[in-house]
Design a protein around this ligand. Structure first.
Ligand code: FPP
Length: 246
């Protein structure tokens, strides 16, 4: 566990409460080794463990991972099947350890599209880990930010139509309360791996004031040390939230 970067983080003290991650580069990692793309996702599972450990060790309270986007449903069926199988495998293998480590898992996205076995595994994991108080681990699957915001708008329209809400009461908090992420503060830091500099329809509302950190590492090679590097960089940033320094 000893890592000079971790010591530096803990000494500096200002740790982001919520870190979001776009886990990118699994396909390129596999291609570079002449392997099929699902082999990259398989290798990416170890990096998920690393990120969870990095978050726990440094005192991050919420970790939100982008595992499968709504757009990913358009990938070849073999790749979708492999990703769903991996999700179930991760859940089955890690559940006891996540409980032991105090990690509360949630899945954010249009979960109705999951196959029945994946949906059952997801629901059971949420239930079994609900008591965790060390880290909230949010895994975004079948997730798209525009769809999430549209869903919130629809819920508001329904509440107005039913007389539960008047239009004048529709403020930012009213929208935020209807997003999947309602229980948690907005991310302070977004990490994207593999060098790509895009948001890819991820947490568009919630990332309004997040610091962005792009790592050139492909996701399967990402370690807790890389996670610490992102936090050290975060601690150097001057966050102003649109204001001037005082
Ligand atoms: C992006 O790489 C990554 C994904 C679409 C899937 C991420 C999934 C995992 C890390 C494994 C399972 C995760 C959990 C939480 C159990 P890409 O395929 O877009 O890579 P490329 O840009 O190099 O093609």
């Amino acid at each position: 566990m000893s890592d000079p970067l971790l010591d530096a983080i803990l000494q500096q003290g200002a740790v982001p409460a919520h870190v979001a991650v776009i886990m990118d580069g699994n396909g390129r990692w596999a291609q570079a080794r002449g392997l099929p793309r699902p082999a990259g996702h398989q290798a990416g599972m170890q990096a998920v463990r690393e990120a969870v450990e990095g978050a726990r060790n440094s005192g991050v309270k919420v970790l939100t991972l982008f595992a499968f986007s709504q757009e990913n449903w358009q990938r070849p069926p073999e790749e979708i099947d492999a990703l769903m199988a991996l999700l179930e495998e991760y859940i089955a293998r890690e559940r006891e350890e996540l409980i032991a480590k105090g990690v509360a898992v949630q899945f954010l996205g249009d979960l109705d599209r999951l196959v029945a076995s994946a949906r059952a595994a997801v629901d059971e994991t949420v239930r079994a880990t609900a008591g965790g108080t060390e880290l909230a681990l949010n895994i975004c699957i079948s997730y798209g930010s525009r769809a999430e915001i549209t869903r919130a708008a629809r819920m508001i329209a329904e509440d107005v139509a039913a007389g539960r809400l008047v239009p004048a009461e529709v403020d930012e908090a009213a929208v935020a309360r209807r997003l999947y992420t309602a229980p948690w503060p907005d991310p302070d830091l977004l990490i994207r791996t593999s060098g790509e500099q895009r948001l890819s329809n991820f947490l568009l509302w919630q990332l309004a004031y997040a610091e962005l950190f792009v790592s050139s590492v492909l996701w399967p090679d990402f370690t807790r040390h890389d996670f610490y590097e992102a936090i050290v960089e975060f601690q150097r940033r001057d966050r102003r939230f649109g204001r001037v320094p005082i």
